[in-house]
Design a protein around this ligand. Structure first.
Ligand code: NAD
Length: 254
């Protein structure tokens, strides 16, 4: 018996890293999963891992910052699976630099993927989730889980665009919870700390060391740590939790 038996989830940015782990962990817990990334062919490995768990997968090439592509993606998921129970807004990018030197292009690119992309998918799944019904006719609703970041809470020099996008994701999460709560649609965010991934592998060693010094648990997190939190938030175990920002950061900040 999985914690997500019978559920249908959409995971963006699922070709690798945290998104891939979330998609596979959802399949392990019994969910069918639609996986999205910039190109459908990048998702072959993730699809194979989901199918190896005995669940159905759908790979969709979509740029999360493009409204029409997002709407078409949600339509294709409903055509294949009949519904959407859980939305994981995970796709994200960085384009770091000090704000005095940051170009308009780098600002817009990060805000468009991380913040606008989260808004577009939230808007697209809201109505289908509101229509989900339990066998007795009551609102089954759905769950939306957004990937924020520890730096969206505390700020970080050199990441004006990224921290602003994640701060925006945090307040969007709280507003979504308030607007959709009466229809049993819950919305929470996970704020990871320093997670080992391709996004963080590229950081210089001295930056990695300064992060490690600030982590009470004295290890970097793993994508698995995030995926397990996402399973909990999507499951009925979290049925009275909405509008919350869950820090998964080894104790970096409270
Ligand atoms: N790795 C960390 O330490 C860390 C910490 C805090 C928050 N996060 C957040 O977690 C999420 C996943 O991070 P990760 O480390 O796995 O990143 P990653 O770079 O390994 O993976 C991100 C995925 O998103 C996809 N993507 C990028 N732009 C896209 C777009 N426009 N449309 C669709 N897909 C797109 C990429 O192709 C990639 O597959 C991000 O939102 C990130 O900001 C990561």
């Amino acid at each position: 018996m999985g914690k997500l038996d019978g559920k249908v989830a959409i995971v963006t940015g699922a070709a690798r890293g945290i998104g891939q782990k979330i998609a596979v962990q959802f399949a392990k817990e019994g969910a069918d999963v639609a996986v999205c990334d910039l190109k459908a062919e990048w998702l072959e490995e993730t699809v194979g891992l989901i199918e190896a768990e005995g669940r159905k997968a759908l790979a969709v090439g979509v740029n999360v910052a493009e409204s029409a592509e997002v709407d078409a993606c949600v339509k294709s998921v409903i055509e294949k699976f009949g519904k959407v129970d859980t939305m994981i807004n995970n796709a994200g990018i960085t384009k770091d630099g000090l704000l005095m030197r940051m170009s308009d292009e780098d600002w817009d690119a990060v805000i468009n993927v991380n913040l606008k992309g989260t808004f577009l998918f939230t808007r697209a799944v809201a109505r289908p989730m509101m229509k989900n019904k339990n066998a007795d006719g009551t609102a089954a609703g759905g769950t939306i889980i957004n990937l924020a970041s520890v730096v969206g809470i505390m700020g970080n020099a050199g990441q004006a665009n990224y921290t602003a996008s994640k701060g925006g994701v945090i307040s969007l999460t709280k507003t979504t919870a308030k607007e959709l709560g009466s229809r049993n649609v819950r919305c929470n965010a996970i704020a990871p700390g320093f997670i080992q991934s391709k996004m963080t592998d590229v950081l210089p060693d001295d930056v990695k060391k300064s992060y490690m010094d600030s982590i009470p648990l004295k290890r970097f997190g793993t994508a698995d740590d995030i995926a397990k939190c996402a399973v909990f938030l999507a499951s009925d175990d979290a049925s009275y939790i909405t509008g919350q920002i869950i820090s998964v950061n080894g104790g970096m900040i409270g």
